[in-house]
Design a protein around this ligand. Structure first.
Ligand code: AMP
Ligand code: ZN
Ligand code: FE
Ligand code: FE
Length: 288
């Protein structure tokens, strides 16, 4: 693969490689997200729900109806020295046993974490229950955004952001740390499940010095284009990707809850070569 030439002329495809659905903390069902993507003219998309593959088969079916290129994905939440690091996995085999065992364990620990957070909020004098939070999560991955939505119903806070700032972020009165999967574990797990591991939104909370180690574990790409990234961050990670010969990806991280979500949906850059390169990596991995 002649990587160096890959990104030189940067022909861009209308794609979105980072989308959330009701299978985790997105607002819309997998079918709806595919439908919206189609209406927006997106040609290739990946569903990347937090710690679950539950939305993939419904999304895949819908993309077939619309004739879109579908990439089954996931976004694994990990922690590294108090940093929140997310690893995207593209083309994972959702039937992979080790992956599903890990996801099951993560799901159990998410439930007990949410219960602990709810009791802390109760101790602060608010009548929140686990059932209130559960109702906000439909049947998917449960997490802090669902707690925030339930708190809004009680008028404890006015928006999701306020819930994180006052109660849910590290250092706040209702914070409880989550199950500890490391970024290294996530890279290995995705690779073993036949997928291509890509570092999500490094501009958010990624300790840059960890990059070479993740590359040595088998990291294959960086999400250079993300709504939270400034031009400088984009440039920095673009160069890092070139240095380590990593795939450059872009995704809107659409959840469907805010106006900004809609502005970015389908609008992040994805070089044509990105899709081709992801496919090549996937095939290489599955032949091992
Ligand atoms: P959890 O997986 O339960 O730890 O919740 C983390 C998720 O909450 C992230 O993946 C985001 O989707 C969302 N999130 C994190 N911080 C904020 C914030 N300040 N405002 C809104 N959503 C957030
Ligand atoms: Zn999310
Ligand atoms: Fe993320
Ligand atoms: Fe995300």
């Amino acid at each position: 693969m002649s990587y160096k030439k890959f990104y030189q002329n940067d022909e861009v495809i209308k794609g979105d490689l980072h989308l959330h659905t009701t299978a985790s903390d997105g607002r819309y069902s997998p079918e709806k997200v595919v439908e919206f993507a189609y209406e927006k003219g997106v040609r290739v998309l990946a569903i990347t729900d937090h710690d679950t593959t539950a939305g993939l088969s419904a999304a895949k079916k819908k993309t077939q109806e619309y004739g879109l290129d579908f990439i089954p994905g996931i976004e694994l939440s990990t922690t590294y020295a108090k940093h929140e690091v997310h690893i995207l996995g593209y083309y994972i085999d959702e039937n992979n046993e080790e992956m599903q065992e890990n996801l099951q364990e993560i799901a159990y620990s998410r439930i007990s974490r949410v219960k602990k957070i709810v009791s802390k909020i109760k101790e602060l004098g608010y009548p929140l229950t686990y059932e209130d939070v559960k109702k906000k999560s439909s049947s998917g991955t449960i997490g802090r955004p669902h707690i925030a939505l339930a708190m809004m119903d009680y008028g404890i806070i006015n928006d999701v952001e306020e819930a994180f700032e006052k109660y849910l972020n590290p250092g706040c009165p209702a914070f409880v740390p989550r199950y500890r999967l490391t970024p290294q574990d996530a890279v290995l797990l995705i690779t073993k499940a036949g997928g291509v591991p890509v570092l999500a939104h490094p501009g958010l909370d990624f300790p840059e010095h960890l990059l070479p180690e993740l590359v040595s574990y088998g990291l294959k790409g960086i999400e250079v284009f993300h709504p939270s990234h400034s031009r400088e961050i984009e440039e920095n990670y673009y160069h890092q990707a070139c240095h380590y010969e990593l795939i450059i990806t872009g995704g809107s991280d659409f959840h469907g809850h805010t106006k900004e979500d809609w502005q970015h949906f389908g609008e992040m850059r994805n070089p044509v070569k990105t899709i081709q390169y992801l496919k090549e990596m996937w095939k290489e991995n599955s032949c091992d």
